[in-house]
Design a protein around this ligand. Structure first.
Ligand SMILES: Cc1cc2nc3c(=O)[nH]c(=O)nc-3n(C[C@H](O)[C@H](O)[C@H](O)COP(=O)(O)OP(=O)(O)OC[C@H]3O[C@@H](n4cnc5c(N)ncnc54)[C@H](O)[C@@H]3O)c2cc1C
Length: 482
């Protein structure tokens, strides 16, 4: 053994004993609350489950109100009716407080979801005192240890660094449930996913999200040549709203760029979708294309933007050739969003490298393989991170995959909270009543030059469902979602 190593043996032994002594504080750790990051539907559901289990908690919400992300698209109507949008633990607490549940079959807007459900949850006496508003989590660590140090870290409190109304504060917690979503971190329109200087320079003319084009943002879009980029539900909502604006102001021109080669892949399950409204979105957008109300560019990948006086030119490549669209006055970018992983830098996570989801979820939700949009039930076990008692849930657990549903998040936090409170039987019994998208066909898997390189998943009905559509067993012979 070399000199340097023999010298270190004593030092290491001493350090370890010292660390163990100083850091083994199980009782103190147990007295700390669970910290929930994000006051969206899934964070609020986590709070409700913690209340039901009698577990102390603190919740940090970056916005000055509950559900800051949903407030951003409050005018948009959801495609799932109330029966899928309310968490069971939250419902039991609300009903005990005299709240009346909305009609199961009605589709709320984002605003109604907040008004009729999320705000009442946030105002419950068991929840309200524990919410910190204008509180943006900017870092999480283990008390006194860097991420590199292993020994004893499971027994240490988490330290949460929070910007509260501009001031930096720290809080301690025994566990973390990160439900901070992805909506506030939009992807750029640029096809490489990089924020280029030309795109950043157009911040006045590019809206990321779903503007209220027939309401408060009407003047911005009325009579203009508007480009929508993207092919998910957000883009479809933006396009259908613009079509309504065009009825009122026929000079409005609508241009649509999608990266997919086939519009069929955008239309979804239509009549076969168990959620009627989600299917209807596909039917309506197909009609809009057929009616010629939108100028469509398929397989178009944006490379650069350039500004010419008041209009924008978009240059890209389409089917292997350079292509250009001129005269754009406003852009709505709906190319999805990505999780904020920065504040998790000092804790140990296992994030899948392509879609940035919780690793074990990636094979279930990877949009390269799955077009179906539904995912089989999963819980604490799949969501477990290398950092003990850290969980990433809700939309953030799906990373860049756009298919998360509230009901999936509710089941995730039910299982996670059960595990955190020692109820392992409930934690492992994962059940989910999720409507299928009806997209069950095999499609071609294309590479970036639109060459067929394989097939997409064959079906979406892998899980065995009982008559109540509760998944009673996970698929064994399919890597497909269910
Ligand atoms: C237009 C649209 C329509 C949709 N329709 C449906 C539907 O019909 N049915 C359905 O089931 N799902 C639908 N979804 C998906 C659904 O909205 C999401 O699955 C759901 O909002 C995820 O909830 P969440 O709590 O995980 O995240 P979010 O709702 O995104 O909430 C995250 C919260 O965390 C806060 N936050 C973010 N960063 C921080 C931080 N650093 N510190 C503190 N707080 C932070 C945010 O302000 C926000 O309030 C729709 C989504 C969109 C965009």
């Amino acid at each position: 053994m070399s000199d340097c190593c023999s010298t270190n043996v004593n030092q290491v032994t001493f350090m370890r004993r010292d660390e163990i002594k100083a850091r083994q504080l199980p009782n103190e750790l147990n007295q700390l609350p669970v910290a929930v990051i994000g006051g969206g539907p899934v964070g609020m559901a986590a709070a409700a489950h913690l209340v039901v289990k009698g577990e102390p908690f603190i919740l940090f919400e970056a916005g000055n109100e509950i559900a800051g992300n949903i407030a951003n698209w409050s005018h948009v109507r959801l495609f799932s009716p109330w029966q899928y949008n309310i968490d069971k633990a939250a419902k039991s607490l609300l009903e005990a407080s005299g709240w009346t549940a909305p009609n199961d079959d009605v589709l709320p807007t984002g605003g109604e979801l907040i008004e009729q459900y999320l705000r009442p949850v946030s105002q419950l006496v068991q929840i309200q005192p524990h919410i910190h508003y204008n509180a943006k989590v900017i870092a999480i660590s283990r008390k006194g240890l860097s991420k590199v140090k292993t020994l004893g870290r499971d027994k240490l409190p988490f330290v949460i660094h929070v910007e509260v109304n501009g001031d930096r504060k720290t809080f301690e917690a025994k566990a973390i449930i990160d439900a901070s979503g992805t909506w506030s971190q939009p992807n750029p329109a640029n096809s490489e996913g990089v924020w280029t200087s030309d795109e950043l320079a157009l911040s006045d003319q590019i809206t990321y999200g779903i503007p209220d084009v027939t309401g408060k943002h009407k003047d911005q879009f009325k009579g203009k040549r508007v480009l929508v980029v993207g092919s998910g539900h957000s883009a479809i909502n933006s396009l259908l709203d613009l079509e309504r604006l065009k009825e009122e102001a026929p000079e409005t021109e609508i241009v649509w760029i999608i990266r997919k080669a086939n519009l069929r892949d955008v239309y979804g399950g239509q009549e076969n979708d168990s959620l009627q409204e989600r299917g209807t979105l596909g039917i309506r957008i197909e009609k809009m294309v057929e009616n010629g109300n939108v100028e469509v560019y398929t397989s178009f990948n944006i490379d650069t933007f350039s500004k010419n006086e008041n209009t924008i030119s978009v240059e890209g490549h389409q089917y292997g050739k350079i292509a250009r669209i001129d005269g754009i006055q406003e852009i709505i970018s709906n190319t999805g969003s990505r999780p904020d992983l920065d504040f998790l830098r000092e804790v140990r996570t296992d994030i899948e490298s392509s879609i940035e989801s919780v690793h074990s979820l990636a094979p279930l939700i990877d949009p390269n393989i799955h077009s179906c949009g539904t995912v089989r039930p999963h819980g604490e076990k799949e969501l477990r991170q290398p950092e003990h008692n850290l969980y990433i849930v809700g939309a953030k657990s799906y990373g860049r995959a756009p298919t998360s549903l509230m009901a999936t998040g509710y089941e995730q936090v039910r299982s996670v909270v059960a595990a955190l409170t020692g109820d392992w039987e409930a934690a492992t019994k994962v059940e989910l009543d999720l409507p299928e998208t009806g997209v069950c066909s095999t499609g071609n898997l294309l590479n970036s030059s639109n060459v067929v390189v394989g097939k997409t998943a064959e079906c979406c009905g892998g899980a065995v469902l009982n008559e109540k559509r509760v998944s009673v067993s996970a698929p064994t012979n399919s890597s497909c979602c269910s």
